[in-house]
Write a protein that binds this ligand. Structure first.
Ligand SMILES: NC(=O)CC[C@H](N)C(=O)O
Length: 383
């Protein structure tokens, strides 16, 4: 037994896991999700899409490379870690990376996020896979298991929760950071070829960087920005970002997307953005049993017949049976057949459920950014 302070993770079904506290002291509740990525705990913790979720990493040894200043996905200085809590099997005793600035426990403490180590994450994952996603509570400091169970059971669940407006920025702002290289760090934006408006539902920095890398001048807008304000800025393309919570609860974004589709501006929807566009055209979304969270999910690119290994993080999905006739399915999951990508036959719109920007994960579907930019260039030429 270690001499670290104790912690418990209590699931809403009453299962109790004992372990060590490796983060902030206190209590946190959220939906417990498991992520199978072998690397990238820093990107995962700071991805705004994990708001109100307690992340369990199935890879057993976590913290080895510490935390650096570059791999933070959050765009807001006021909230760096978005995950509600962290569950790991084994915390590395040693931190080693030339970029490391903090240890993982120090980072968690600094940002007030409770975390537990020493948990049998295989057992936990099997429970989540078998019974489906459920709420949980991590409690550290003074531990009262009955109270932790009460709190876990009181979590209302992510269905119906609009979290995009919670994590979004409050003012429009410009982003100009390009790709990272070990020699130069993040490169400054070069000359821009087009102007892209990004609707921030909880956007990851990696998405913004990809746009800059492709020669876009990027303006980021709050989730509830009115369509007139976006169109008044005359963007050449619009990106609807990833984000946390239930897409169906984002009625303002669905209305905005519907109005956007009435224009002929090229649109790219990623993850929550993909779901919002699907809702705007009359399809439905459903809560998945335990979602897709990982960096090794095979997805079929229907056009090329090639299998892409993708980064995924979603708990809701578009119901493929509710798609209208003007949808052309471009990608589907080879794990469970769920919809992964579509285009519209009557509008330059492309949508992807996974994460083409990776971060963490493979870069196989990076080509969607080039496709979006070539649509923009084509549209500009024909205007
Ligand atoms: N990464 C995302 O954008 C997630 C989208 C949505 N919140 C879901 O869980 O399905």
């Amino acid at each position: 037994m270690s001499n670290r302070p104790r912690a418990v993770l209590v699931l809403a079904d009453g299962t109790v896991f004992h372990g060590d506290s490796i983060g902030a002291e206190g209590i946190t509740i959220g939906e417990v999700a498991f992520n199978t990525a072998m690397t990238g705990y820093q990107e995962i913790l700071t991805d705004p899409s994990y708001c109100r979720q307690i992340v369990t990493l199935t890879y057993p040894h976590i913290g080895n490379t510490g935390v650096n200043d570059e791999d933070i996905e959050s765009t807001t200085a006021s909230r760096i870690i978005h995950a509600a809590g962290l569950v790991v099997r084994d915390l590395s005793l040693v931190t080693s990376s030339w970029r490391s600035r903090h240890t993982l426990p120090d980072f968690l403490k600094q940002h007030g996020v409770p975390a537990i180590a020493g948990v049998d994450t295989r057992k936990l994952t099997r429970i989540l896979r078998t019974k489906g996603a459920q709420a949980g509570c991590i409690m550290t400091g003074h531990i009262d298991e009955t109270e932790a169970l009460r709190q876990a059971q009181a979590f209302p669940g992510l269905t119906g929760m609009d979290l995009a407006r919670v994590v979004s920025c409050s003012q429009p702002w410009e982003f100009s950071e390009g790709a990272w290289s070990p020699e130069t760090g993040y490169q400054a934006a070069g000359e821009s070829r087009c102007r892209v408006a990004v609707l921030d539902f909880g956007v990851k920095r990696a998405i913004l960087r990809k746009l800059v890398e492709h020669g876009c001048h990027v303006t980021v807008y709050p989730a509830q920005t009115r369509i007139d304000e976006i169109l008044a800025a005359r963007p050449d393309g619009v990106l609807l970002s990833n984000g946390p919570g239930d897409p169906e609860a984002c009625d303002y974004a669905i209305d905005m997307a519907r109005a956007l589709l009435a224009s002929k501006i090229p649109v790219f929807g990623i993850c929550l953005g993909h779901q919002i566009i699907a809702l705007a055209i009359g399809a439905r979304t459903i809560k998945m049993k335990f979602g897709h969270h990982g960096a090794n999910h095979p997805v079929l690119d229907v056009d090329s017949g090639r299998v892409m290994i993708t980064s995924q993080n979603h708990g809701f999905a578009v119901d493929v049976d509710t798609l209208p006739a003007n949808v052309r399915v471009t990608h589907h999951s080879l794990f469970d057949g769920s919809l992964q990508g579509f285009e519209l036959t009557d509008h330059p719109v492309l949508c992807f459920q996974g994460h083409p920007e990776a971060s963490p994960g493979p870069q196989d579907v990076n080509y969607l950014f080039s496709r979006f930019i070539s649509r923009i260039v084509k549209n500009k030429q024909s205007a």
